[in-house]
Each structure stands twice: as C-alpha cells, then as structure tokens.
Ligand binder design. Structure first.
Ligand SMILES: [Zn+2]
Length: 675
C-alpha cells in the first residue's frame, strides 16, 4: 500500500521539484535496480546524465528468462549467442571444427539418451571415494587417474604464465576450492554467503539423494564437509585480501620446488601426488604457503571422514549439470532462486553455452570466418594505435611523475601488443573426435574425451615456452575485453566488435564512445596498481619509484573517498570505493584518452560521443544481483560508471551546460581523476 501511494506522489508531479527527496541514493538514483525508476521521473542531462540518455530503455527493460540482468552487453551477447547457435545447427558447414561443434550441441540436447544414462557413471566415481578406509588409501586415491579425470582434489594445480618470465609456462598451486568461495564467509556468514550456501547445499542434497543416500547420511556429508572447510578456511586469504594491491606479491612470488613442497607438507604428501601425475616443473608457484602448512596439519585420521565427505559432496554436485534432465531442472531452480530469476533460459541457449565452454577454439574459428572482416580488424587496430599515442602524450604531461617512472611507463606503453578480434594461430583440434548419437556417442563419453584431450594439452605445454600468437585459453567470442599484465597485451576481441560498441558504418564519435573507450580503459591497466607490479615483459617486478607510487596512491585515495561517500541502495548503503577504485581509474583514463583524440579531430561532436558512452552502460538488474555485485564486483555499477566518470571532465560540463547546483556538477578542485 505504501508503495502505491509513493508512486502516485511521483505521478502527481512532485517529481519535478521534489524528486530529490523521494529516494535515498546519492547523488543519483540507482537506476540499475530493476523497477526502481518511476516512469515519471525523467531527469535532464544536468541532473542525471546516465538516466537522461537511457531513460526510455530502462523504463521498458525486462529481463530475459534465465538472466538476472539486462543491458547493452547482454543485448550484444544475445545477438552473438544467436549467431553462435546458428553455427551449431548449420548443416551446410563443412570441416572438422563445424562437425565437433554440431555433434556436441546435439548430444547435450538429447534428453532421452541422457535420461537413459542417468547417474550410473557418477555413482561409480562417488563409490571410488566411499571405499577409502584409511589415510594411505586416500593418498593413493589422490595419486590415481580416477581422481585426476573424474574426482576432485583438496589441493589442485593449474597451468599459468611464469611470473618471472612470462615466455614460459608454470604450475600454479591455488588453495582448496571452498563451497562458499570466500574464506571470510566461514567466520562471518553474510546474507550473500548464505544464498550461496543454500544453492550449493541444494545441489549436493538433490544429487546425493539421487545417488541413494538417505536424509541422515546427506546431513552427515554436508556437516562433515563443512567441518573440513571450516578448518582449512582459517588459513586461507579472504576475497578482500586477494583484491588488495599487495596481493599479487603475496600470492605470485612464492616459487617452490618439489623438495620445498615436501618440506612444507611432509604429512600430506603433496609432492608425491604431483609426481604421480607427472606434474612438476622448474617453475612452480605456491599461492598460499600458510594454507599448505595448515592442510598438512589437518591431514590426519581424525579428518579422514570429513575429507571424504568434501570429495563426495563435490563429485555429486558436479554431476548436476551433466547427467539427466531431472537433475538439470533442479539446478536451474536453485540458481534462479539464488539470483532472483523468474524463468529459465531455453535449453538451446544452455546447450550453446556448454559447447562454447568446451569447444572454444573450433567455435571461434567458424565464427570469425563468417562474422569478422579484415577491415574491422584494421580499423580497431588503428584506434588502438591512436589511443597509445595519446597515452604517450598524457604520460609526458603528468607532472607528478618522476623522469624515471615516466621513462619506464613509456617504454612499457611502446611494448604493449594489441591483440584484435581473433588469434593468428589456432590450437590443433584434429585429434579430437566427437561422434553422433547414431555412432554410439553419448554426452558422457564426449565429456570423457574432452577431459582427456584437455589433459593432453596441459601436458603438452608443461615445461614449454608460451606461443603468444595462440592467445592461450582466452575467449574471443564473449562481449568483453581485457588487459593481461603478465603478457603486457590488450585483447579487444571479436565478441565485442558490434552492437553499441562498434559499427564501421556509424559516426566515428560513436565508435570512440563505445569501443574506443573500452580500449582506453584496458590500456590504463598497464599503469595502475596491478600494472605497476608487472614490467614491460609481463614479469612481476616493480617499476614505479616508491615516491611516485605513493603519489599515485594519494590520488587514488581521493577517488576512493569520493566514491565511498555515495549512497547506492534505497536503504542508503554506502559504496565500497576501495573495491572499485582500479576499474574506475581505468574508466576515467579511457574517457580521457578518447577526449585527447577528440581534441585533435575537426568538428568533433561531443554530444554523440558522450551519449554513445552512456548507452553502452545501460542496464537493469535484480536487487539480488546488485547486492551480490556490491560485495564482489570490482567494476562500479553502470550508472556510476557513467555519471561519476563524465563529470570529471570539462568537455562534459561544457557540452551540457552543467553548472554548480546541478547534480552532475563537480567543481574543478573536487575532480578525482587519477590521470
Ligand atoms: Zn578493467
């Protein structure tokens, strides 16, 4: 009832004079919350630039089934996904890549065969853990191929780029994977952690029941696995610690040898387990030494049942998406609950996501052949080169930098390798065969082949040199872009080169406000708190002078302070400026770089530019999704990514005649752009 009255007050025309008192967010309404914007609240560019550009879209925006958010990124993704699905069903496409993609897609969608196969295979893998009777048997299990291909580890490993010399691969050893993701949740369960717990316990409960466990046994498995996680979480870094500026050094400067691992962990024989899997290298990094010590202390008879429960729970839950239809529907129900989604995405979309995740290279190859032209690749490369030359100018002009840091920054800038659209060299998939249902293939057998194939790939790179022309495991067919500090390369990928971001036929101002801004943003990451820790070759090494870095920090602190005073929920919750500082610095630098290009262009239409920028960030999200992002997303909320960014620049104030008293106004002395 109250809500209705409030809406009526808006409608009666108070919106114009009294709108500022109708919401508690400051300085702008959080228009990203689905349904938060009243149709009658329509501020001007001077009051709320983001909403003035996106008002009509936000007012009418709906969520697509299966999604907790919508916006430019999502719309482009729907288009991209539809194109990818088209490729998965196009029988006219010839060649091995198209065949792999087509067959896996059909196998995923074949519910009758999946239902017939059921959980038989999954049960075998769970039983392998059930029959373990002693710590020695547990160790043998960790050394087995069964564990590597179908089980799970309490201490795992992955392949990465060596932190001292990124032209080599290394072995990364992360800490134990936790159900609640963040070790801080084990001390202090937040509402967000509670939602994760509910969802993931739900996966486990459903699958364990299906596997024949009764309610008491299920409860016992969940309790015991939590007991193990509780015990180990204490020694692990929290999410916030991993996001802090000194985290890279803490986590990636711990080279270890097998001997060292043996010394650190004599009881839990991690070195022997790695040796059994032939996983060793001259270049290994232990991300959290304190964790391994704790795991070693825990590896005792008293924890045997708890560790077994942890393994059983994870193996069982892992099967929820790849066995039968009943399980998959339960999975969807639980995910929807957790994110506040009302309706699930259609199966064809989920099948396509699965193929995308499992056959990335073959799918990318057939996509770029059909959808990306050489002309696009060239044009975007040109914008990158222009942005780089502006950065050179910008770095030269920043008078707070010392000569030494400046010289190193420019050297690093000149070494950045732009990667545009798709790799020039592809990983070889010719030895992978995935057949059709008619030839006897099932989703399960295909998954086993994929698992073996990716392990072969893992071993083929171990102890080898990195071939940078292959782009590693980078996904080029998503709507995104990134800077990789360990390579000093920016990736402006095929998936983002259309929609509101790029179109070769529209005005240049709009492309600069879209993809140009993205490029400027990514370049900034070479010089921010993360980038300052990697040199021009991508090795983990400080290149800023201590003094300059302090100055950078002081500038960042002003920005953190500014963001932290914003109120971003209807309850007036304050923003976590520290969490989003790096990405916000990048947004500001991105706009600055494009404005630098604009200043050199004849008759530049600033309004087209700013509008294009605001448009790429249009977005609505469920409240649950917003809450989850406020806690973990290092990017600012979209309305802040626009309003708090553009107001740093005189060009914006001039274009829209913004003056003091306007909510978009920021006095020159109060502006907080770091660059
Ligand atoms: Zn970024």
């Amino acid at each position: 009832m109250n809500k209705l009255i409030l809406t009526a007050l808006f409608a009666l025309g108070l919106a114009k004079s009294g709108f500022a008192f109708e919401f508690s967010e400051r300085p702008w309404l959080n228009s990203n919350i689905l349904g938060r914007v009243s149709p009658d609240y329509s501020p001007t560019a001077r009051e709320d630039f983001y909403l003035s550009v996106n008002h009509d879209w936000i007012k009418n925006a709906k969520l697509k089934p299966g999604y907790a958010a919508n916006g430019s990124f999502y719309e482009l993704e729907y288009e991209l996904d539809a194109n990818l699905r088209g490729l998965m069903t196009d029988k006219s496409l010839t060649g091995h890549d198209a065949e792999l993609v087509r067959n896996l897609y059909a196998l995923w969608l074949d519910w009758p065969s999946r239902n017939t196969a059921g959980i038989t295979e999954l049960k075998k893998h769970v039983d392998e853990v059930e029959k373990i009777k002693s710590l020695d048997e547990l160790t043998e299990y960790f050394k087995s191929e069964e564990c590597r291909l179908h089980g799970c580890f309490i201490a795992g490993f992955s392949i990465g780029y060596d932190n001292e010399d990124s032209s080599f691969y290394n072995i990364e050893i992360p800490a134990t994977a936790l159900m609640l993701r963040d070790s801080a949740e084990y001390k202090n369960l937040t509402p967000n952690g509670e939602r994760i717990k509910k969802m993931r316990s739900g996966f486990a409960t459903f699958m364990l029941k299906k596997l024949g466990y009764d309610d008491d046994a299920i409860k016992k498995i969940l309790d015991q696995s939590f007991e193990f996680e509780n015990a180990i979480a204490d020694s692990m870094m929290t999410h916030d610690e991993k996001e802090s500026p000194d985290a890279l050094k803490k986590m990636y400067e711990n080279p270890v040898t097998l001997e060292k691992l043996r010394e650190l962990s004599p009881v839990f024989p991690f070195a022997d387990i790695l040796t059994a899997h032939k996983v060793f290298s001259d270049r290994m990094n232990l991300q959290e030494p304190a964790w391994l010590k704790a795991l070693n202390d825990l590896y005792a008879d008293s924890q045997l049942e708890n560790i077994k429960a942890y393994l059983i729970r994870n193996i069982a839950s892992g099967g929820i998406t790849t066995t039968d239809e009943e399980s998959y529907r339960e999975y969807q129900k639980l995910v929807n609950e957790r994110y506040g989604i009302n309706e699930s995405a259609p199966d064809v979309e989920l099948a396509a996501d699965f193929v995308h995740g499992n056959l990335l290279t073959p799918l990318t190859k057939i996509y770029v052949e059909k959808f990306i032209s050489d002309e696009t690749k060239q044009d975007v490369t040109e914008i990158i080169n222009e942005a780089i030359s502006y950065y050179r100018e910008m770095l030269t002009k920043e008078d707070w930098l010392s000569e030494s840091t400046r010289a190193k920054a420019i050297e690093k800038l000149d070494t950045i390798k732009p990667r545009v659209a798709y790799p020039d060299k592809w990983r070889d998939y010719s030895t992978l065969e995935i057949g059709t249902k008619e030839s006897g293939e099932t989703l399960r057998s295909a998954l086993d082949k994929l698992s073996k194939f990716s392990w072969d790939y893992f071993y083929s790179r171990l102890n080898g040199r990195v071939d940078r022309e292959m782009w590693g495991d980078s996904d080029a067919i998503i709507v995104n872009s990134y800077y990789d500090p360990s390579l000093n390369e920016i990736f402006i990928i095929a998936g983002i080169l259309s929609g509101d971001f790029y179109n070769s036929k529209r005005p240049r101002e709009e492309n600069l406000g879209g993809i140009g801004m993205v490029i400027g943003h990514e370049l900034s990451h070479a010089f921010d708190t993360n980038g300052a820790q990697f040199d021009k070759n991508g090795s983990l090494q400080d290149w800023w002078t201590k003094e300059d870095y302090k100055k950078f920090q002081a500038r960042a602190d002003r920005l953190i302070n500014y963001l932290s005073n914003m109120k971003v929920t209807p309850e007036g919750q304050k923003y976590n400026g520290t969490l989003v500082q790096t990405e916000t610095i990048a947004d500001m630098a991105g706009i600055k770089a494009m404005l630098g290009i604009a200043a050199k262009s004849k008759d530049f239409d600033y309004e087209k530019f700013f509008r294009a920028y605001a448009k790429i960030w249009r977005s609505v999200q469920t409240r649950e999704n917003i809450d989850s992002r406020l806690k973990t997303d290092v990017h600012a909320l979209p309305y802040i990514r626009v309003n708090a960014i553009v107001q740093q620049f005189e060009e914006f104030h001039k274009t829209y005649g913004v003056t003091s008293g306007d909510a978009m106004y920021l006095a020159p002395d109060d502006r907080v752009a770091v660059w």
